[in-house]
Design a protein around this ligand. Sequence first.
Ligand code: RB5
Length: 149
Amino acid sequence: MIAIGCDHAAVKLKDAVVDFLKSKGYDYVDFGAVEGEAADYPDKAILVAEAVSQGKADKGILICGTGIGMCIAANKVKGIRCALCSDTFSAHATREHNDANVLTFGERVVGVGLALDIVDTFLSTEFSGAERHVRRIAKISAIEDKYFK
Ligand code: RB5
């Protein structure tokens, strides 16, 4: 299950990603926004991030104007490793190395063709499982344990 959401700045690109998920046969839950809806990015980021952190979705996709606000907000949720990717190399690397579970990008930054390639790469790349990457992710979890209530 893929959870997806966007703010008012990214409805067109979010809808294109939803069409892509449908065409590839992914199950998804769309938290909006819809055309004409005013949506602050943290309000959508938390819906997608909670769906992933609670195990209701395997991965999340969040889109705003830049992808930056969504990324900052999603990473405030325990267990979320959210990556802002504007290229396929980063999308591939963040799955292999960071086991990122939420992807963000910006409608004002990437075109629809590149965005769909980024989504495809992110969703089809597995975590490498290499010891050094597992160790580093465990250190991120330790930071969460220190600073999250
Ligand atoms: C909305 O204008 C814009 O600030 C938002 O979509 C996003 O880019 C924030 O990071």
